[in-house]
Design a protein around this ligand. Structure first.
Ligand code: HEC
Length: 144
């Protein structure tokens, strides 16, 4: 009987030790454990992770625009790779030259793409594209 009691007492002590060491119960420890996973970052505030929080448009405005290939692959290829809705086809430089001649010069062609024309939606659906990114995409698919 006494051996059993001693064993029980020993295991109770061991449990108390474990509980004391691995389950911290200070207010700070609890606050740290239950703090929200992310943090909210409002416009105008300094953010903990400013790079991830910056919208893609900011990068474009800062001059770090996407390549013509990237813009084309994401926004223009749907219509221009196949000539859908009679869009001038990617790589069909002659067709693009006709469009260019009709408006005058490359600047005018960029403006036409930004404004949209017929079945061609404004900015070719790339709403946050800069003028330079539209130009790069046109150059990529027209070869002009
Ligand atoms: C929903 C289909 C569609 C998408 C997406 C699209 N286009 Fe077009 N695009 C057209 C069609 C159709 C035309 C021919 C319009 C016409 O001549 O009436 C056209 C014509 C153009 C022209 C010639 C405009 C002119 O004045 O002749 C340019 C430049 C152009 N697209 C650029 C782009 C760029 C850049 C993108 C991607 C950022 C894009 N397009 C995405 C359908 C599309």
């Amino acid at each position: 009987m006494t051996i059993v009691k001693k064993l029980l007492a020993a295991s109770a002590a061991a449990l108390a030790l474990i509980a004391g060491s691995s389950f911290a119960t200070t207010d700070e420890a609890i606050a740290e454990r239950i703090k929200p996973y992310g943090t909210v970052c409002l416009a105008g505030e300094e953010c903990a992770n400013a790079v991830a929080a910056a919208p893609a448009g900011d990068a474009a405005a800062a001059g770090a625009g996407r390549s013509g290939e990237a813009v084309y692959g994401q926004y223009c290829t749907a219509c221009h790779s196949t000539g859908l809705l009679n869009a001038p086809k990617t790589g069909d430089t002659a067709a693009w030259e006709e469009h260019l001649a009709a408006v005058g010069d490359m600047d005018a062609l960029v403006q036409s793409a930004i404004a949209g024309k017929g079945a061609m939606p404004p900015k070719g659906t790339c709403g946050d594209c800069s003028d330079d990114e539209i130009l790069a995409a046109i150059q990529h698919m027209s070869g002009l």
